[in-house]
Each structure stands twice: as structure tokens, then as C-alpha cells.
Design a protein around this ligand. Sequence first.
Ligand SMILES: [Zn+2]
Ligand SMILES: [Zn+2]
Length: 181
Amino acid sequence: MDTETKIIGRCPVCGGNVVKTCKGYRCENNTGEDGKCGLFINGVIGNRKMADAEVAELLEKRSILLDGFATKEWKTFPTVLVMAADGSINMESVVAHCPRCGGEIRVGAKAFNCSNYRQEGSPCDFVIWRNIAGHLMTLDEVREICADGVTSHEVEMFGENGSVYRRKLGLSPDKLKVIKV
Ligand SMILES: [Zn+2]
Ligand SMILES: [Zn+2]
């Protein structure tokens, strides 16, 4: 009998094929022998089932922002899965540094918020909504705005009447929010 495998992507550790298995996603060179590649991605991470396309993006970009992870108490949360050089995966909620106060920008259900929003004396209200006029902000775009003040490209947005328009997004002059520039 011929065996078939479903190739999901390329292993960022050794360059081999990553195939789908009953338990998750394994590098074809992950044979359990010492010195071979150890890459294995669980099919369920944080009580959330991974989709093939999500694993493919994680393998290609080394990070992916996803919603729907759940705590033991089934409280859902978004996070960024980040693949380390050895192929292990960590959850990271911090995606950038605040352009206003230097605090940590964390991903939340509706927005990327500054970690200093409750700081006594000088709370920071900086926020980037995850959905801006119908455009879902990507990690790259959030990082560009925080580091450079503006996205490197125009994004597609939508008016109330269904019109489509493209603009760059950048910091407002007071660095409190994101505006179309
Ligand atoms: Zn590998
Ligand atoms: Zn801040």
C-alpha cells in the first residue's frame, strides 16, 4: 500500500517537510533520534484546535495572531503564537512597544492596548483597534505604526455605503490613536 502524506509547509529548523499526523504536525526529519530535527506542533494549543492554514502561516512567518484560545476556566483570549529557533512554540501577548509611553502593547479581544492604561498618575490611553473600518489589523501593521508611526502600505477599508478605499494608517499628532493618513 502506498502511503500518502499531507505536507503543510517547510520546517524552519531543518528545511524538511512538515506533515500532518493524528496528533499534530511533525517535521519528516523528526524521527526521535538524537541530533535529528525535533519539530512537532501540537494539533491543539491552549484548548484550541489548529487549522492547517494557520500552521502553514506559523511555519512561514514564525508568528501568527489568533483568537479563541481558552483558559482552564474556558475564558477565551487572543494571543500570538511565536516559533523559536528550535521549533518550540510560545504564546506572547506583547506585540510591540507603545509609541507614546514606551509601555508594552498587548493584544486584546477588540484592540491592541498599552499595558500602562491603569498606571497611577499617568495612565496611557494609547489604543489600536483590531478592526479599523472593516480592515483587520495585522501584526506587521501594528508593529510598523508603533515603530515607524505609519504603515508601510495602504490598507483596504470600507465606508458605510459599501465603498472601498485605500489609505495608510498612522499615529495621530498627539500619539493617542491611529488615523488615516
Ligand atoms: Zn525539521
Ligand atoms: Zn502607552
